[in-house]
Write a protein that binds this ligand. Structure first.
Ligand code: ATP
Ligand code: PLP
Ligand code: MG
Ligand code: NA
Ligand code: MG
Length: 297
């Protein structure tokens, strides 16, 4: 249990707007973490716009940065955080980074958001699924898939809360002691299912949070959610339910503010994906007001 930590965060960077590291670094800093960002891409804006320009870091270039840090004895991190990864070669280099960081700190917590797709659609090459499933998931301490990603990683179809809980159990058996299915739609409701297996082989403690679905589409929220789960679950290592309540509460306040701001400016919030009001929500990041409570199963 610790109030702080050193987080290596390997995620996208966008010049304009908040996805990837742009949506993870600021909140982690506000929660008191030293964050070392490696930008896996640098794009003008997120890929939901009509066009985008920019550069992609490849596996060798990632490794070069790790070698530079190593040469100066700068590879001590308490946490590794990864999000969207676009190629098998980059993901394979991530595997080497995990091993390297764990050789320096055997207690490294690896928080993996296995970003592969959403709402039935894969947006990474199909071959990545296999690498996540066979090689990455076994090394993760905490995993934050959405419903579709949990299905891809387990082979289950998730049509009920029971299915979601079973998917978590399957994922625990594969490696991570903490699993949060960050968004799952069942019967028109949006919910989060969390699962903490405190001892290998034991029955996990599981809970759900019912979320009021806002009728708009946001980007960067998955990345923000995983960053907040890292931040709060490190502060409350035995209460994943509490960590999730805090993270969800921040998200809900921020999304309501985002929606209100767009409406006030005269935009139709259902017309395109909205950029989150991250900086304006700093009080809700530091001191979330918990309105949505976790229900233990
Ligand atoms: P991944 O990063 O793996 O794709 P994801 O698909 O779960 O994760 P989001 O769909 O962005 O990511 O959801 C993450 C969190 O953001 C949810 O748990 C919820 O708290 C919040 N959220 C996102 N969209 C909405 C919405 N329309 N209404 C209410 N909450 C939302
Ligand atoms: N990274 C990049 C470069 C993106 O363009 C996007 C979404 O468009 C994301 C990440 C995904 O963000 P999230 O899943 O948090 O909504
Ligand atoms: Mg989603
Ligand atoms: Na997720
Ligand atoms: Mg997402």
């Amino acid at each position: 249990p610790s109030d702080t930590g050193r987080v290596l965060s390997i995620q996208s960077h966008t010049v304009q707007g908040y996805v990837g590291n742009k949506s993870a670094v600021f909140p982690l800093q506000l929660l008191g973490y030293d964050v070392a960002p490696i930008n896996s891409v640098q794009f003008s804006n997120h890929t939901g716009y009509p066009t985008f320009k920019g550069q992609v870091l490849n596996g060798e270039q990632l490794w070069e940065l790790i070698e530079g840090l190593e040469a100066n004895d700068l590879l001590f991190y308490t946490h590794l955080l990864t999000g969207y990864i676009g190629s098998v070669s980059f993901l394979n280099t991530i595997l080497e980074v995990i091993n390297k960081l764990r050789s320096v700190n055997p207690n490294l917590t690896y928080v993996c958001d296995p970003v592969m797709g959403d709402e039935g659609k894969l947006y990474v090459p199909e071959e990545l699924v296999h690498v996540y499933r066979e090689k990455v998931v076994p090394l993760a301490s905490m995993l934050t898939p959405n419903q579709f990603e949990a299905e891809k990683l387990t082979g289950l179809r998730i049509n009920s809360e029971e299915d979601g809980r079973e998917a978590c159990a399957i994922l625990h058996a594969a490696g991570p002691s903490k699993v949060v299915i960050t968004s799952i739609t069942i019967g028109g409701l949006l919910l989060l299912i969390g699962s903490h297996q405190k001892e290998k082989g034991q029955k996990p403690e599981q809970f759900k949070i019912l979320i009021d679905k806002i009728p708009a589409y946001f980007t960067g929220t998955g990345d923000l959610m995983t960053a907040l789960l890292l931040g709060w679950s490190n502060k409350y290592p035995d209460s994943l339910d509490k960590a999730a309540e805090l993270a969800v509460s921040t998200l809900q306040a921020l999304l309501r503010r985002t929606l209100d701001d767009y409406k006030r400016a005269g935009y139709d919030p259902t017309s395109s994906s909205l950029e989150i009001r991250l900086i304006q929500s700093q009080d809700d990041i530091r001191n979330p007001n918990v309105e949505l409570k976790a229900e233990r199963y």
